[in-house]
Design a protein around this ligand. Structure first.
Ligand SMILES: Nc1ncnc2c1ncn2[C@@H]1O[C@H](COP(=O)(O)OP(=O)(O)O)[C@@H](O)[C@H]1O
Ligand SMILES: [Mg+2]
Length: 209
């Protein structure tokens, strides 16, 4: 059962085609890793799917329907961590999680937020502002924002960034659990162990294909 289908995805900047006729389909509970050197287009694929960049050509289907990130039903299903971490400077860690849980009308948001704070290892940092966190803690917060909301498809751009060894083990387990829950995971990564342990398939980007 295909959840996301990408057909003929093309992204040009001027004369330069970063992606050229890129195809991919991903099913519920499946994880696909995007690998390739810097500049090979991994982030561009994820941004075009998340809707923060617009393809020059190609088709995106979610459950067989044209994917439009402006529709709330679509946004409920797709949770993205791109390479542009950004937080409200004057909202604490716990307030970020509350905000996202409430925005998505999650049932019992307080319990969900408490569970996620424990899971991402930020219980002690709950009252801190993002600017006071270490870079690894900020990455954990960004990941935690995905776990407090509904999701059927995760788009992750190098989610291992800034995590230490323990954090990497935790991320691996977390993504395996997501798959067990039927979530599809599309992630760009430079970490061979994460790719080996999580990905069912590896897609290597090279020359836009
Ligand atoms: N807005 C833009 N204008 C021009 N070139 C861009 C733009 N965004 C991305 N690119 C280029 O697209 C290529 C792919 O970038 P990216 O998808 O970030 O690669 P990766 O994530 O694999 O490192 C790079 O050569 C990058 O410079
Ligand atoms: Mg990138």
């Amino acid at each position: 059962m295909t959840l996301l289908q990408v057909a003929g995805l093309t992204r040009r900047f001027g004369d330069h085609a970063v992606l050229e006729g890129f195809d991919l389909s991903i099913a519920a509970g499946e994880a696909v890793a995007l690998v390739g050197p810097n500049g090979s287009g991994k982030s561009t694929v994820l941004r075009c799917i998340a809707g923060t960049d617009a393809p020059s050509a190609g088709e995106l289907l979610l459950d067989g329907e044209v994917y439009d990130e402006r529709r709330p039903e679509v946004r409920q299903q797709v949770a993205a961590l791109l390479d542009d971490l950004d937080f409200f400077p004057d909202l604490a860690v716990v307030e970020h999680l509350d905000l996202v849980a409430h925005a998505h009308r999650v049932p019992d948001p307080e319990r969900v937020v408490d569970d996620v704070l424990a899971d991402v290892g930020l219980l002690d940092q709950a009252p801190q502002l993002p600017g006071t966190l270490s870079s690894g803690q900020r990455q954990r917060l960004a990941l935690g924002l995905l776990w407090v909301r509904p999701r059927r498809l995760l788009l992750l751009d190098e989610p291992e960034q800034r995590l230490d060894g323990a954090g990497l083990g935790w991320l691996t387990d977390r993504l395996l659990r997501e798959k067990e829950d039927g979530v599809a995971v599309l992630f760009a990564s430079h970490h061979p162990d994460l790719v080996d342990q999580v990905a069912d398939r590896v897609v290597r980007l090279d020359g836009g294909r």
